[in-house]
Design a protein around this ligand. Sequence first.
Ligand code: F6P
Length: 328
Amino acid sequence: MTSKIKKIGVLTSGGDSPGMNAAIRAVVRACAYYNVECVGIYRGYQGMIEGDFKDMGPRDVKNIINKGGTILKSARSADFRTKEGRKLAYDNLTAAGIDSFVVIGGDGSFTGAEIFNEEYKFPVIGIPGTIDNDIYGTSHTLGYDTALNTVIDAIDKIRDTANSHNRLFFVEVMGRDAGHIALNAGIGAGAEEILIPEEDFGLERLVESLKRSKDSGKTSSIVVVSEGDKIGKNVFELKDYIEENMPEYDVRVSVLGHMQRGGSPSCFDRVLASRLGVKAVETLLEGKSNFMVGLNQDKVTLTPLEQAIKGQSEIDMELVKVSDIVSS
Ligand code: F6P
């Protein structure tokens, strides 16, 4: 491949997710395969502004495919939101001979890349990395599959103790604005009810469902709640509400928190990261820019960054029906 691109930067930005290391590895090794240089940019856009760079070859990414987190570290950079910050970043990149970059992150990170490209005509490609799976233009983001497995593993354990004590548990999972984790892990873990940010199912429905559960002879229940659920009550407020209105229930709360963002990536995430990393480099070498690489019907595809940022990754309402049926 002959290309104008000679030195590709790679960074991870925003909330980390399992599979980011596997994606870094794929980008670095694809660069080596196609004989272009690769530079790791530390701490996301903040490292770009501070010139925190390291040349990377295939051996620098050994033994990381199985590791959670990101060896390049991550950050949400307020400075990169300013023109002055982006100018510093541009000066550092050009001084280091970096002529393009691959950013692994969510829509905030893509927005930064798009603005930067607009201002400096700098070739950029995005790889979707977030456990929330809330990015338009890909069926899966890096880390989502691993997070789902982490969540069902945790809920399975909670179910053991819930069952032993005939208790109701409210389990809070991540997803400030997206209910993909709650809905899918909820079904996977056999939750009685699932509350998500996209739809307000109402407290009456929850109460009705819990009544039905009791009447049908269930001795314990799990309700999975997205941290940004639309009912507008957090897990502790939900506990108070049920204790007040359904004294027959002994209620406990479990907030899973950041454990959902860590851990060794699943095989799915490792393969996805490898495919997207290679495609990101190939896309830059073909002279293209401003795309997100993603997965659609098991094919690696390109979506314009602008669409990936503006588009909505919809919840599949069919899953709500499935959950209702299988939890009865
Ligand atoms: O976007 C990923 C995510 O884990 C969300 O699910 C969560 O709301 C947020 O990041 C937490 O961010 P922080 O780690 O900055 O508290």
